[in-house]
Design a protein around this ligand. Sequence first.
Ligand SMILES: Cc1ncc(COP(=O)(O)O)c(C=O)c1O
Length: 447
Amino acid sequence: MRPFTVALSDLHETQSMPFVDATALRRAASGKSGDVISLASGTPYEGDFDLEAVQDYLELFRRHLVVRYGGDERDATRTILQYGRVKGVINDLVARHLEVDEQITADADSIVVTVGGQEALFLTMRALRRTDQDAILAVHPTYFGFVGAAELADLTVLPVKDNADGIDLDDLENVVAEAVAAGIRPRAVYVVPDFANPTGTTMPLRTRQRLLDIAGELGLLIVEDNAYGLLSTDREHPRTIKSMDRNKQVVYCGSFAKTGVPGARVGYLVADQPVTGGAPGETLSDELARIKNMVTLNTSPIAQAVIGGKLIHHNFSLRDANLAVARHYHHNLTVALDTLAELFPEGSEPEVTWSAPRGGFFIVVNVPFDTTDELSEECAVEHGVRWVPIHRFYGDGKPRRRLRISISSVTPEALRTGLVRLAGFISQHVEKSTPSVSSPSRSEFLQ
Ligand SMILES: Cc1ncc(COP(=O)(O)O)c(C=O)c1O
């Protein structure tokens, strides 16, 4: 009997988007080299994984609940093991953490605890898409999970130009004006102000303030995605847009993947915007919770308990809890930038340049040829290093002369070796495409 078949062309458009599985990217080893170094995956560093600490966090949260419930152990157990409240069971702890680490004052009831920051993005996109005319703006290139979430919600994304400050505000205004003239309704602008994925750019404070003003004038919500900011080692790092948000104009999306426990898959959003036409006192968080109720019912209370316990254990400061791992990331970033400078000294051919982030996981490398999925695969098989072609962060599949590398999950030694291999690949590829020009292999520059 022939199996029942389903045509790709009959499924939602997201089915034809490239499938980016972080684990596969990390583990992927193919071809003859066998030891492929993945500079593709942005998965967090594993050196500090500690299963015993996770058990301690769980117990700490349980004891916290027993106190909260006036000594009732059964209620505490039920909260952790039973289906949970749609909005979450650690909202008060998340609110305290936001106060301590981000100077954000959030009412616990305006918080929805989600399955990663990714679900927070999806819920927001889904809610903002009422009709075909609705659209969201985003700097391009941008986080591919955002592009995917918007696509899944059938919400149009309007690209805004990037610059050294993380967003071209003049272009933002132009894109909105053009969209409105074409009958489109821009609802929000999505930004990753801290160590953006993929560029690594940090938005300066004055740009954050201007963005708040301009979005206010244009009637746009700001969706602020802060997956990496707490890993800053710089005391002068600019404050979040949400912490300056006097008009409740910012929906703030957070993640505990990089600062809590990645495998817990817990994130959250703060959506304190009053909703008109609904039940009295409702905020956008209530509407987003309604959608969550249809998608995941509630975020695993066991997973929330682990994060809640970690927050309690560290006096609500994940900045402090992550000092050592933040130093690892910062060290790796320095190693990567120094190695790139050694491999591609100024004025050398082929010309290769790169972004110079102050933190985070990612660097964009500008190369003298278009990057594609096929080239990335060829580089992994032939040269033993993997990276991500930049088209993934535009969502249009158009090849461009840039690629993203990640410094997060590898050791400094592997990072250096990976970059030497990348340089060897770049040299060889340029030579192959322009046979008359011969230049020394870049891998010769480093021992
Ligand atoms: C900018 C950005 N936002 C959100 C996420 C998703 O976060 P989470 O793992 O909490 O779902 C990521 C993950 O890489 C990211 O880079």
